[in-house]
Design a protein around this ligand. Structure first.
Ligand code: NI
Length: 170
């Protein structure tokens, strides 16, 4: 089995790059998808975007199945939000933003267009946690993190906390 993919964490610059569209869904893409799925389940998390594992590609994986239920990995390549309505506030966290969570305002319902791992076009109409997860992961493809959506004061406090954590020898 391949080594686990490394998860890049804030403030790594890879998380700030605008990711490139995937033109060919080849064997490399399939192994990346499998690796990202494994890494996400191991974390554990409900979503992961390719830039979080150091690859600036427009690819996300997610799974909102209950913890003890069967796994059902969803894959979206080159996803785009084509419709959005309403507002919702939810407490978010991110595998790339260690030891922090905060309430973020998002659109309550979204329609997302992309292709699946076989290249078939997909339109997903989402609300609730799925809508939030998709917006959070698509943000990653545009170099945006959930902490960009919180107040500057909260972000400053987190940056201070992070600096302290990084100084501590582990
Ligand atoms: Ni995230």
């Amino acid at each position: 089995m391949a080594d686990d993919l490394k998860i890049y964490t804030y403030p790594d610059p890879i998380l700030r790059a605008k990711a490139e569209p995937i033109v060919n869904i080849d064997g490399g893409t399939q192994s990346l998808i499998n690796g990202m799925g494994e890494r996400m389940y191991k974390a554990p998390g409900i979503g992961l975007a390719a830039p979080q594992v150091g690859l600036s590609k427009r690819l996300i994986v997610y799974d909102l199945s209950p913890k003890n239920g069967a796994k059902n990995l969803s894959v979206l390549i080159n996803p785009e939000i084509v419709l959005a309505e309403g507002d919702v506030v939810y407490e978010e966290a991110c595998l790339s933003v260690i030891d922090f969570s905060a309430e973020v305002k998002r659109r309550a319902k979204v329609k997302v267009r992309g292709v699946d791992r076989d290249g078939n076009p997909l339109d997903i109409e989402a609300e609730g946690l799925l809508a939030i997860c998709l917006q959070h992961e698509i943000d990653h493809l545009n170099g945006v993190l959930f902490i960009d959506h919180i107040s500057p004061l909260k972000r400053t406090l987190y940056n201070k906390k992070l600096k302290k954590m990084m100084k501590k020898p582990s």
